[in-house]
Write a protein that binds this ligand. Sequence first.
Ligand SMILES: [Zn+2]
Length: 630
Amino acid sequence: MSYYRNKQDYKKRQQTITWIIVVVAIIYICRLFFLQIVDVSYKDNADSNAFLKKTIYPSRGLIYDRNGKLIVSNQPVYDVMLIMREMHDFDTLAFCNTLNITKEEFITRINEIKDRKKNPGYSRYTPQVFMSQLSGEDYGRFQEKQFRFSGTFVQQRVLREYAVPHGAHAIGSIGEVNQKQIEADSYYKKGDYKGQSGIEKTYEEQLRGEKGVEILLRDVHGRIKGRYQNGERDILPKSGKNVTVGLDIELQQYGEELMNYKLGSIVAIEPSTGEILALVSSPSFDPSLLVGRKRSANYSALLKDPNKPLFDRPMMAMYPPGSTFKLVQALVMQQEELINRNTTFPCHRGYSYGVGRKLGCHAHPSPLNLPQSIQNSCNAYYCCCLREMLDNNLAKYKTTDHAYDVWRSHVTSLGFGDKLGVDFPNEKGGLILKSSRYDKIYGKNHWRSSTIISISIGQGEVLATPIQTANLAACIANKGYFYTPHIMKSIEGDSIDIKYRTKHYSTIDSQYFDVVQEGMLGAVMAGTARIGRIDSLEFCGKTGTAQNPHGKDHSIFIAFAPKDNPKIAIAVYVENAGFGATWAVPIASLMIEKYLRRSISPNRLYLEERILNAKFYEDTPENGTESKPD
Ligand SMILES: [Zn+2]
């Protein structure tokens, strides 16, 4: 019995061993096949000491203005890279002399590289940036002697170069990626650059291109001996796409000059496309300040500047739109058939409401009809309008809440109360409160027009960005629709995203825009904006003054020109400048003339001079520039 069992066992054991041998053999053959035939990169890995795979950075897409002028191009910069494991017999002193640094600086930098807190993902085997953005002179000197320093090489990268010192906010800048950005997208490695603001950020993927790889041969000491297989195995980089923006860089420059020493914004839009022609945020700065090794020092200085040059005012500053909002009221009330061209309301130097309360108005004839109310910017007229809508037509609307909701939906259809969706990071949406919010503040059925009367003249809880009011001007120019404003015009000849080529219709019928345009024409020809008149050009505008609880009011003007077949819609904001007509009107009118006629007529040069010379703030003395007494 026991013999039989042993024989059985023996056979089983023999079978098992055979199986193990077969399986091992199969695995071995497969691996061999895979290594030798399938995985062609095996040789590279096996002999990785013999190769250096160097990233070739693509040239970033060039940026042209709407007239084909090159405004942003590239310049090469050079980083000194090193691979710790390969730094054999390293002559530190000679290395330091070549790069013009001290031995202490060298040690500090090496410790920084090795510090995994400062340099997450550090490895002795991978290239590390030792010194970035060498000057041309340093690069030349290092390149000559580089063969002496094993484990080092020079990495070329691409930085931006600007043809003109204008358009910094719209174009934005590129900067080194941070750890979070590296983790979010495997395209980026430490030391890489990425669009950090403006269209550089929005269109990063189109502009950046694709990286390539250059394979270099090295000797046993790790020194580079030449290209591997004459570069046949290299991967060529793919350049980023060249783009054209809607900006007219000459108009942009002119706008920045007019806004010199003033705080505020200019937004100019082509109504027939939604393309942004000029986007001025003042104070502005030279975009080349944010390029190269001085970037972070300059950035800190700009950040500390009390006038906030880095703040994108056109997209992010929210102001009460003031009297420019009367145009919105005029449209909504007509659409709701509460008023028409001939409706008049009296104005007794203002509008009385509640017990002994009055919202004032300036001197003008009374009563006024609708276009006259725009031309003269009557406050009382629009208070009466809001009363008609919220209080006096409850047979139609049932409740004040509902009447307000109807009002709000018209207002938001004109681009207020939410982001427009501009191709620009960090756009803000402004504010048009919901009725539920008023219910919360005052209690349901406990509020009416007199409670929120200031919204009728664009104050109180109404807030809008300069881009939103410029868009209103474009929408009125188009008599009822707008294209989402956008900076990009085309990407390497292709048209841009369909969302920027779609008409957004407001809830206001086009017929109601005629009388609003008539009032705006009156304002420029003979009303509040007559200082901005341009010979033999009919154009439409509306002044505004945004109340500023922190100081002098802000001056606002929106306009479009010409009245028929408009080519430009514009919004100008000058902070702390007081009444709208004094500063914002001439600036807008000069911009319009410059864009349509390319020069300013001699009889208006006095106006240009007045604006160019006006200073609303003084330079802040920089540290150390004040002279000391002997
Ligand atoms: Zn009035």
